[in-house]
Design a protein around this ligand. Structure first.
Ligand code: UD2
Ligand code: MN
Length: 604
């Protein structure tokens, strides 16, 4: 008996210690890189997993299947019945490059799409996005009998994964009874992916509600949307760019004001999907304006617009729209003159339709409770067929049709355009006449008085659409950044205040405060409290440099990760010491291979 009890006790001890060892092992391994990006919808503290290869059973509605990442929103209760998952697999290291194929996908992606296609592909076609709405929005109710929506998505050379995430986000997060159809318009794309592969995918994986129209020639997004609208049959048209992800309950808040008044045109708040990390973050609630160069800009919302009983969740008036994301009664779109079909490829149509809406008896609202994410890129990755400046051409047309004497403000800034040909605008002028539209002065006086106060020569307002608030990001760690192979310290080649200067691994000097780096919650590495360690986004062959901290992530985001690697988010590579034997101490970015030259430690 006694020996059996002893054996039992020993077994118990053994079992307990094995369990604890296992738990501790799991904890230390999995929590190593869990400092978590701010705003990153990471729920579990898992190490980087190259790919979520989760396949979901089809739901009973025969809706699509495909690679998924994270939860599929299911809050409406009555839409796609996909089982919810608990992990949103979006790690800051999602863009890590493991081999040449990854490098290729990333580089081709930046070149053709100006965003990180490696991450986009890895994310798959479904993912959960953070619910960025004001919590008060969830308590709102919407009337029954809302009009049905046709979603029109026009695309030119879009990345397949981004296009599919746009489509699936709509299918996953829209109440089916409000969705008439999704009309995809291929604006004569050249990419192979968008040919047979797209036909097959639609045929095999998407419901019949999704249709594809192919333009025989490149039309540009303006005529492209008109073509899409002509195929639509729903009562309301909803336009989206081809790299969007809609958020929870996005559609009802857009449809309700249109049901109330058919001449109301509405825009969701456009959340930011980072072009470098694909991380989805909330946007501040701002409204649309413009400057005399006829560029769209974001303005703060005047308090007078937010004064109602619903406060910051009530729709408010906006002088202009950004252009890509809005909903409008289909008949009203037609009677209001659709778009100016003489406008080409890209630009200006957003101001044109905004002026037309206000001047011809409609209204334009932003709906804070409707949120849709959009990949904002730093450059447009495509040109126009003849290499023309279509923004100038389109702006000229809108100035001549809608701006009356105020077009002089535009010419004052762009004198070279005064005699430029802009085609025939007679049809648009007679439209203005027929609709009995008001003057541009009326528009300025009543809808955008801020414009006159600022005047043509006033100083430009600072942009409101920034990622960083006035608060400085919190410092997480401070110390020397030591290369473990050589025990040298990463330092400025010349001086830490030298903008554009290189960083090199030097002998550590423990009296030298110029070798101290701060690592903050925005994942910036700041040397001597002065400049940020920065990687140019498109050329990973360039060495890292010290630049002014810009606070918008991407090229200045670093992860001090597993195996002592120092991973750069926007290039997807790790920092390495070029030659451990050379006293020059040059560093460069390279495919992350965990070798000793790639190991760094931030020593407190
Ligand atoms: C913004 C708008 C965009 C449009 C533009 C001004 C947002 C979020 N985006 O620029 O919708 O109003 O300002 O014109 O407000 N496309 C074509 N054919 C072309 C060129 C583009 O179909 O020849 C598609 C493109 O694939 C995309 C959409 O048009 O889906 C908008 O183009 P963008 O994303 O390059 O424009 P963006 O967001 O810089
Ligand atoms: Mn866009």
């Amino acid at each position: 008996m006694g020996s059996a009890a002893l054996r039992c006790f020993c077994c118990g001890c053994l079992f307990t210690s094995v369990t604890w060892t296992l738990l501790l092992f799991i904890y230390f391994n999995f929590s190593e890189e869990s400092q978590g990006f701010r705003h990153v919808p990471i729920k579990g503290h898992e190490p980087y997993k190259p790919f979520p290869k989760k396949v979901h059973p089809r739901d009973s509605a025969g809706l699509p299947d495909g690679p998924r990442s994270g939860n599929v929103g299911n809050s409406l209760g009555n839409h796609v019945g996909v089982p919810a998952e608990t992990n949103a697999d979006l790690s800051p290291e999602m863009g890590m490059i493991f081999n040449e194929r990854d490098q290729d996908v990333r580089d081709v992606g930046y070149q053709k799409h100006a965003f990180n296609m490696l991450i986009s592909n890895r994310l798959g076609y479904h993912r959960e996005v953070p619910d960025t709405r004001d919590p008060k929005c969830a308590k709102k109710t919407y009337p029954a009998g809302l009009p049905l929506a046709s979603i029109v998505i026009c695309f030119y050379n879009e990345a397949f994964s981004a296009l599919m995430r746009t489509v699936h986000s709509v299918l996953d997060r829209t109440a089916p009874h409000l969705l008439q159809e999704i009309v995809l318009v291929d604006d004569n794309s050249e990419l192979d992916d968008l040919k047979k592969r797209l036909d097959d995918y639609i045929q095999e994986n998407l419901p019949k509600k999704v249709t594809l129209v192919r333009n025989k020639q490149r039309e540009g997004l303006i005529r492209g949307r008109m073509i899409g609208a002509s195929h639509a049959t729903g009562e309301v048209l909803v336009f989206l760019d081809s790299h969007c992800e809609v958020n929870e309950m996005w559609l009802q808040p857009l449809l309700a004001p249109i049901k109330d008044n058919r001449k109301t045109v509405v825009c969701p708040v456009i959340d930011i999907i980072s072009a470098d990390t694909l991380i989805y973050t909330s946007s501040p609630v701002v409204r649309g304006g413009f400057n005399w160069g006829l560029h769209f800009k974001w303005d703060p919302v005047p308090l007078s617009e937010l004064g109602g009983p619903e406060g910051s969740t009530a729709p408010f008036r906006s002088p202009t729209m950004a252009g890509g994301l809005f909903a409008m009664d289909r008949e009203y779109f037609n009677t209001l003159g659709q778009y100016d079909g003489g406008m080409d490829i890209w630009g200006g149509e957003n101001l044109e339709i905004s002026f037309r809406i206000w001047m011809c008896g409609g209204s334009l609202l932003i709906i804070p409770c409707s949120r849709v994410g959009h990949i904002f890129r730093k450059r447009r990755p495509y040109g126009s067929p003849g290499g023309h400046d279509t923004m100038a051409h389109n702006s000229l047309r809108l100035a001549h049709v809608w701006m009356d004497e105020y077009k002089e403000q535009y010419f004052a800034l762009r004198p070279e355009l005064r005699n430029r040909n802009y085609g025939d605008i007679n049809e648009r002028l007679s439209l203005r006449n027929r609709l009995n539209c008001k003057s541009f002065k009326w528009y300025l006086d009543n809808i955008y008085p801020e414009m006159q106060i600022s005047g043509p020569n006033a100083k430009a307002q600072p942009p409101v659409f920034v990622n960083r608030g006035p608060k400085r990001p919190k410092i997480l760690q401070r110390g020397r950044l030591i290369n473990l192979q050589t025990n040298r310290c990463l330092s400025a080649q010349s001086h830490p205040s030298h903008k554009g200067g290189l960083v090199v691994a030097k002998e550590c000097d423990f009296n030298d405060s110029d070798q101290i780096w701060s690592y903050n919650e925005e994942h910036e590495l700041i040397l001597s409290n002065l400049l940020c360690l920065d990687m140019s986004e498109t050329r990973s062959s360039d060495p890292p440099r010290l630049m002014k901290c810009h606070g918008s992530g991407g090229s200045q985001q670093w992860v001090l990760g597993k195996n002592n690697r120092l991973y750069q988010v926007s290039v997807g590579q790790c920092m390495k010491l070029v030659d451990p034997l050379s006293h020059k101490g040059y560093v460069s970015m390279a495919i992350c291979d965990g070798s000793p030259s790639q190991q760094w430690h931030l020593d407190n």
